[in-house]
Design a protein around this ligand. Structure first.
Ligand code: SAM
Length: 481
């Protein structure tokens, strides 16, 4: 990911960012951070970039033209128009969700003001986002830009070595992180909580959740309120648990934003994919049912809905009509709700190593991209998507006596999928091995594997049931713009 900072003090931002994890990301080629000196674009012979404000008042203002020229020099080099963020105390408050949203961009341009700020006209013309790092006034935008670069860069896949660490941190799922301890076991007479030494991962997960809830309630009641609303949504969704497993899991995995909820229905957004999920908790009698959110949300919020998974057939036509979406697929949701791992049944040896069947499982890497695309091309023709999946979530490759034989992984919305067995290796239990391996990894992580099955695909329904999955009898519908 590329960050370009427009500033009057390029050395300040570059020296602040050229260290530790961000530097390593740059050295590895995952990050590119550059600073552009706005002063270089001044036409004034003394390189002035500021002037008095019209209407009087204390202080100087950065002029429009040098800022415009500096921005043009950056955007004219970019193939795609990048987002241009003006850091300002008047912007939207920066938060983890915004960092996650920015991390999906290929390039982010950050514009730093100084003095009293920047001439409004150039901001109107060029800026896409106004972002504040807090309700206080800094002397310039440099520190704010550095804060944003730091928070966004660490979410770029590969920048943090431990992929899960960004996922379990504060603000994930509206909770602050639980307390943590390192060696020694006792320090100043204080012992590390026994449960953390127990090796019982289920108990540790439960303890961490309770502590995170307690801490959030005490320190951030505002966040805790949002968390409680999500828990209430989860309870209501559980009336039809398998059918709603995509929504329940989005909440469980800390990836859901509650967009609208009342006593009958709920609209969530899955944060990583931007997919919306809508349902009425109970099935409705009417043939067509107008979802309440259509009348409760403003056009700005409704316009953002590009991909929606509808769980009530009666709502489909109203949503299609109102939001200009089209129904693409009709599915059943399936989910593996057991908490114990599936038996391996000799499909492969421990840790996915080759067993007597000749099957082994390993993570799919970018060096396998061409193979994966060749195998999965029938249903999928976007190489970028596959690359994104390999970089962002675990995808797996099965081998049969060393030869690549099949793949499986997770879609960006968190559902399992992309299972494809090489025709040369069919009927050798490769699919079962891949599924068992992936599901067990998820169960280990405290996740419930779920996926969608095309409603007429009886073979797949049978296969999932054989593995112990429950298949919802209701339909859900992918609606796409
Ligand atoms: N006159 C401006 C106002 O009242 O909104 C404040 C200007 S401030 C002294 C100079 C620059 O610092 C701003 O243009 C902005 O780029 C940056 N800045 C100051 N406080 C900030 C904050 N809380 N978040 C982001 N940027 C900030």
């Amino acid at each position: 990911m590329k960050f370009t900072i427009l500033t009057l003090f390029p050395d300040m931002v570059m020296s602040g960012l050229n260290d530790s994890i961000i530097k390593r990301g740059m050295d590895n080629g995952l990050l590119e951070v550059g600073a552009v000196n706005i002063r270089d674009f001044s036409a004034d012979k003394h390189k002035r970039v500021d002037d008095y404000t019209y209407g009087g008042g204390a202080g100087m203002l950065m002029q429009a033209e040098p800022v415009y020229q500096a921005l043009s020099s950056v955007t004219s080099e970019s193939q795609k128009k990048p987002r241009v963020v003006y850091v300002t105390p008047q912007g939207r408050p920066f938060c983890q969700k915004m960092a996650e949203e920015f991390a999906k961009e290929e390039q982010l341009v950050l514009l730093c003001g100084h003095y009293e700020g920047i001439d409004e006209r150039v901001l109107e013309e060029c800026v896409t986002d106004y972002v504040s790092i807090g309700d206080y006034v800094l002397t310039g935008g440099e520190l704010a830009s550095m804060v944003i670069v730091d928070a966004v860069a660490r979410l770029v896949p590969g920048v943090l070595h431990n992929e899960t660490s960004a996922e379990t941190e504060s603000f994930h799922g509206e909770l602050l992180e639980y307390p943590q301890y390192s060696r020694p076991e006792e320090w100043h007479g204080k012992r590390v909580p026994e449960v953390l030494l127990s090796g019982n991962s289920k108990k540790i997960r439960e303890w961490r959740l309770t502590e995170a809830e307690k801490r959030t309630k005490e320190r951030r009641p505002d966040l805790y309120e949002k968390y409680q609303l999500l828990q209430l949504a989860k309870k209501r969704l559980s009336v039809r648990k398998i059918h709603h497993m995509d929504m329940i899991e989005a909440i469980n995995r800390g990836r859901a934003t509650l967009i609208y909820m009342d006593e009958t229905e709920c609209l969530l957004m899955e944060n990583q994919s931007g997919t919306y999920f809508h349902t009425t908790y109970e099935a409705t009698e009417q043939e067509t049912y107008r979802p309440h959110f259509l009348d409760k949300l403003g056009p700005e919020s409704l316009d953002k809905i590009i991909l929606l998974m509808e769980h009530n057939e009666g709502c489909v036509s109203e949503i299609e009509k109102e939001l200009g979406l089209h129904m693409e697929y009709q599915n059943h949701t399936c989910a593996l709700t057991r908490r114990e791992k599936l038996p391996i049944r000799g499909l492969y040896a421990e840790d996915g190593k080759e067993g007597p069947t000749g099957i082994s499982i390993e993570p799919l890497t970018l060096s396998d991209l061409d193979y994966a695309l060749g195998l999965y091309k029938l249903q999928f023709d976007d190489p970028e998507y596959m690359k994104h999946r390999i970089e962002n979530d675990p995808m797996y490759l099965a081998r049969f006596h060393g030869a690549p034989a099949g793949i499986m992984g997770m879609h960006v919305d968190g559902s399992i999928g992309m299972l494809e067995v090489d025709p040369a290796f069919r009927r050798k239990h490769i699919g079962f091995a891949l599924e068992t391996y992936l599901y067990n990894k998820m169960i280990e992580n405290g996740e419930i594997p779920y996926g969608y099955i095309f409603h007429t695909n009886q073979i797949s329904i049978n296969m999932q049931e054989k593995l112990g999955m429950y298949v919802a009898k209701e339909y859900s519908f992918w609606l796409h713009k």
